[in-house]
Design a protein around this ligand. Structure first.
Ligand SMILES: Cc1cc2nc3c(=O)[nH]c(=O)nc-3n(C[C@H](O)[C@H](O)[C@H](O)COP(=O)(O)OP(=O)(O)OC[C@H]3O[C@@H](n4cnc5c(N)ncnc54)[C@H](O)[C@@H]3O)c2cc1C
Length: 450
């Protein structure tokens, strides 16, 4: 045991770790980024394993109860994000688990359509209809299980990736903990889709963990759903009495102690309540614990207020709270290219574009309605055999805050998985993947590219 003035440390004894499986591509983290990566890698012919710490897939989109899949189109008739994320929606539509504009409605400025979809936050931007969809998290969990297993991915659920195995500057797999103990999975390409960059941090890969406290990506959440509500009644009230409704929602946030706002779901009798807790560190377990306590206490405080004052909530009850704390931003890879807030305004194009993101906010400029994402933004410097997928993509706080959305993370994952499979097939490192071949494969999978 070592003591210092500040910290008491112990030495953990070295131990032998059993290799329980070997694959060509190992993806850690089963959220939007990880699902995109694992499905794309397996479909591209690589033997693929996906490791997820919880008992279900979907990350924030299911366990975090973040059930809005927004901004897949730019307000024109064209969709910029498709591919595997579109498959999520197709599967959910079949199950009755999604509500959003139809493909033929995209880009419409028809008054009735716009008035209808304006009730659904983010489905109307600048007067035209966009592809933004609300989903049922429980049906999504089922749809994602099917998507992943049908692609031939081997799943390890209830398995927490602890550290990347790195030899001579090259990733060789992952060590994970589960009820079976501490075990290892070996692979030729390791994809960190933990959202928090847990593996690249353990591998000594360069990252930036600084957060801009003024941005939503620094704010944590514990989302909850209310049942036995009437969304139509609430939405009508907002249209009929906008000032009163916004004053009430402000009061709701004051009572909570942090910003809180209700949103629709595919069911009229269920709404989800999003929240934004400021000042906590997403990588500090004591802060995470405090957010769980603070947010649940606030939820009980605001429920009677909603029932008493806000039309549509009279008979509402707490249906559930997110099993997974809401973390919007965390470690960001410092990769071969760093997407910046400046890029959103100037719109550079790249020879290695792997995804196109439609402009969303004031951060992007009208002259550059799309942001091109280069392959280099998921490729770390120095280390081989390694890619990042999802919200930890190489970016500054402004670019990350703008684009760490669910469809965008699926798209980044799809590119990472496809690149990993190509690297394996051609016996090269991800860094040496032929970019034109990668882009051709992505196009063939329905990914819109320039
Ligand atoms: C409250 C809130 C509201 C949001 N609102 C929206 C919105 O309306 N629309 C939108 O598109 N986006 C929204 N976002 C952002 C979006 O949800 C995330 O950026 C997106 O889910 C990121 O996907 P990801 O796969 O990178 O990470 P995550 O969704 O975080 O998934 C990471 C996965 O990895 C697993 N994991 C983590 N660490 C490990 C480990 N060490 N070992 C094994 N598994 C691990 C996790 O359990 C999880 O399944 C919101 C986020 C929050 C928190």
């Amino acid at each position: 045991m070592q003591n210092s003035a500040k910290e008491k440390m112990i030495v953990e004894p070295a131990s032998m770790v059993k290799v329980c499986a070997e694959a060509e591509v190992v993806v850690v983290g089963g959220g939007p980024g990880g699902i995109g990566a694992a499905v794309a890698a397996a479909r591209s012919g690589a033997k693929t394993i996906l490791v997820e710490r919880y008992g279900h897939l979907g990350g924030m989109a299911t366990g975090g109860l973040v059930i809005l899949i927004p901004h897949m189109s730019d307000g024109s008739r064209h969709q910029q994000i498709g591919g595997i994320c579109q498959e999520w929606l197709d599967r959910l539509n079949t199950l009755g688990g999604a509500v959003g504009p139809k493909p033929e409605d995209l880009g419409s400025s028809d008054k009735a359509l716009v008035a209808h979809w304006r009730r659904y936050f983010s489905a109307v931007v600048d007067g035209t209809v966009r592809l933004s969809v609300y989903v049922d998290p429980e049906l999504l969990k089922c749809a994602l299980n099917d998507l992943v297993t049908e692609a031939g991915v081997k799943l390890y659920l209830h398995s927490w990736g602890c550290r990347a195995i790195v030899e001579n500057g090259c990733a060789k797999g992952v060590i994970f903990e589960s009820k079976s103990g501490r075990q290892a999975i070996l692979g030729q390409v390791l994809i960190d889709a933990t959202g928090d960059g847990d593996l690249f941090a353990s591998a000594g890969v360069e990252f930036d963990g600084t957060l801009d406290r003024s941005l939503r990506s620094s704010q944590l959440a514990l989302v909850f759903r209310l049942g036995n509500v009437d969304f139509d009644k609430f939405a009508d009230f907002k249209v009929r009495e906008p000032e009163k409704s916004s004053a009430l929602l402000q009061e709701l946030s004051q009572l909570a102690g942090f910003r809180m706002s209700p949103h629709p779901t595919p069911r009229n009798d269920v709404m989800w309540v999003n929240d934004w807790l400021i000042g906590y560190d997403v990588l500090n377990v004591e802060d995470l614990t405090q957010v769980e306590l603070t947010a649940r206490t606030a939820m009980l405080r605001v429920l009677p207020f909603l029932q008493k004052n806000v039309p549509g909530f009279e008979n509402g009850f707490v249906l559930d709270t997110a099993s997974q704390i809401g973390t919007r931003g965390s470690r960001r890879l410092m990769g071969e290219y760093i997407i910046t807030g400046q890029d959103l305004r100037t719109g550079p194009t790249h020879p290695d574009t792997i995804a196109i993101f439609p402009s969303i906010t004031h951060n992007t400029s009208p002259e550059h309605p799309h942001v091109h994402v280069p392959y280099r933004a998921i490729l770390p410097r120095k280390i081989e055999g390694f890619l990042a997928a999802g919200r930890s993509f190489s970016s500054d706080p402004v670019a990350n805050n703008t684009f760490n959305l669910i469809p965008h993370c699926v798209a980044l994952g799809q590119a990472a998985g496809t690149a990993a499979a190509l690297a394996v097939k051609n016996h090269v490192q991800p860094r040496q993947v032929n970019i034109v071949a990668l882009q051709d494969c992505l196009r063939a999978q329905g990914v819109p590219l320039p």
